[in-house]
Design a protein around this ligand. Structure first.
Ligand code: PMP
Length: 433
């Protein structure tokens, strides 16, 4: 059923009665009615391959996840002040994926809440309030999260970095300050410099926070040794390191279950969000015993919904499905295949200036021959791929990076189908440089 008047009235209602800064994808918005594995189905019954949604980690409406949630919902849902096996099982299963040092978990309901709690923990542990964060990093929508998110305070409507936030230059080795050998060390020297500036003022960092692949900045992979050296600089001053795994975690990078493991570091606090609940609001903060002890200073941490039996049943099933369906292995193999094929595509279509990322967390950047960003082309690509039945999105400060982070059931067949249409779209005159 295609009823454009109906859609127009829904858009008008949204505009008038929903939050005025909510965005809507596409000029001709889509009304999605069903999800199925790697696909979304709109109100006309048209099926779209979803290349954007890393929240539906094990696939949209995965039957086992749905069943686990429904069954527990029919039995009991209440807060975590009663004993319940679901929260214990999820804690045990989740913690088994971490280095032994990370052995305490707090359950929350969103990535923002997870980072909000991590910020409180770092303040409690160190008694400090200065944070070092990444240029163009995003960590959530709460007050404290916005205050450490350069993507927001340096972007539209933002007012710049607050007094206690210190921003490290984005370690972009394609268009950034440094590239080539030792770029990681050079970028990390800025972290050491910021730490020193704090020490000179008689202050210390509470924490350094970063993703392991900087998503909102346009899928920027951290150069070798950056994280190792940055962590060392912060540890040396008695600060904590927080890994934000909200986007990249739970096997998505392929070689490892957590993104920070790509860099051989162990953070003090890890925040987990989107994928853990496969669309259900479930998130977590994992930390060391020492950090957890310091946070428990007598004030109770109560979270009405965090760790409830329904959320935990869902989280447990998500972890189980990742294992059963070998989705981390799939992210590695399919991701490598897709990255290789995209590199071939870049050789054929020079508008693709860079292909990057790990596993099923990839991106490709559109530039002209003078390395100027091509936002119009990137947005046209999203539009033309939509017309062919693919959901994609753009990202990065210049809006010229295409992100690829599909549900992890995305396989080689899906990749081939996508690549075929991408090739056809890129052949149009508009994309010639
Ligand atoms: N951290 C990162 C890296 C994110 O990408 C996001 C959401 N895009 C968040 C935190 C906040 O998560 P949520 O929207 O679930 O609050």
């Amino acid at each position: 059923r295609d009823n454009s008047e109906d859609l127009a009235s829904k858009v008008a209602f949204r505009k008038k009665h929903l939050g005025k800064s909510l965005s809507l994808s596409y000029k001709q918005p889509l009304e999605m009615l069903r999800g199925e594995g790697g696909f979304l189905i709109d109100h006309t019954g048209r099926k779209y391959m979803d290349l954007v949604n890393n929240v539906a980690h094990v696939g949209h409406e995965h039957p086992k996840v749905v069943k686990a949630g429904q069954a527990q919902m029919a039995m009991l849902n209440t807060n975590s002040r009663y004993l319940h096996d679901n929260i214990l099982e999820l804690s045990e299963n989740l913690l088994s994926t971490f280095p032994a040092k990370l052995s305490v978990v707090h359950f929350v309901n969103s990535g923002s809440e997870a980072n909000e709690l991590a910020i409180r923990m770092a303040k409690a542990y160190t008694g400090e309030k200065d944070f070092i964060s990444m240029e163009l990093g995003y960590h959530g929508n709460s007050n404290a999260c916005i205050d450490i998110s350069s993507y927001k305070f340096d972007g539209k409507g933002g007012k710049g970095a607050p007094e206690h936030t210190h921003v490290v230059p984005l370690p972009d080795t394609l268009r950034g300050k440094y590239c080539g050998a030792n770029a990681g060390e050079k970028y990390a020297s800025h972290v050491r410099e910021l730490v020193q500036q704090l020490l000179d003022k008689g202050r210390k960092p509470a924490a350094f926070i970063a993703e392991s692949i900087i998503s909102c900045a346009g899928q920027i992979e951290l150069p070798d040794n950056f994280l190792k050296e940055a962590y060392a600089a912060v540890f040396d001053a008695g600060g904590l390191c927080i890994a934000d795994e909200v986007q990249v975690g739970c096997g998505r990078v392929g070689t490892h279950f957590w993104g920070f493991e790509l860099h051989g570091v162990v953070p003090d606090i890890v925040t987990i969000g989107k994928p853990l609940g496969n669309g259900h609001p479930l998130a977590a903060v994992v930390c060391t015993q020492e950090v957890a002890e310091a946070f428990a200073n007598g004030m109770e941490y109560f979270n009405t919904f965090g760790g409830n039996p329904v959320s935990c049943a869902i989280g447990n099933t998500v972890l189980q499905v990742i294992k059963e369906e070998k989705l981390q292995e799939n992210a590695l193999h399919t991701g490598n295949f897709l990255k290789e094929e995209l590199n071939k595509m870049a050789a054929k279509h020079p508008v693709i200036a860079d292909v990057r990322g790990q596993g099923l967390f990839l991106g490709f950047e559109l530039l002209d021959r003078e390395k100027n960003p091509l936002a119009k082309q990137a947005n046209a690509l999203v539009q033309r791929m939509k017309e062919r039945g693919y959901l994609m999105s753009t990202e990065g400060p210049d809006d010229n990076v295409l992100k690829i982070k599909p549900p992890m059931s995305f396989n080689q067949e899906h990749a081939n189908q996508f690549l075929k249409d991408l090739d056809l779209v890129l052949t149009a005159d508009f994309f010639q440089i």
